[in-house]
Design a protein around this ligand. Structure first.
Ligand code: FES
Length: 72
């Protein structure tokens, strides 16, 4: 149930607000082997919106730090 709640939250939460990229998309990208902000950005389109990553780069870095090694 807790995992289900987290999955729903990940679908709703926007990491990159400018481009409307969800936490689910960012986590999937990391899971698929993208372990740097640049690689995740290239894969998802995050950081390429109006603020040029000002608001989302830090959040992506945090997600890579949290999940990048877990999903090697
Ligand atoms: S929030 Fe990601 S580019 Fe602005």
């Amino acid at each position: 149930m807790e995992q289900l709640n987290q999955d729903v939250k990940d679908k709703l939460e926007k990491v990159c607000v400018c481009r409307g990229i969800t936490k689910e998309s960012i986590k999937n990208s990391i899971r698929n082997g993208n372990k740097t902000v640049e690689a995740v950005a290239e894969d998802t389109g995050a950081t390429k919106g109006g603020c040029k990553g000002f608001r989302c780069k830090g959040k992506i870095e945090d997600l890579i730090a949290e999940f990048g090694t877990e999903w090697n």
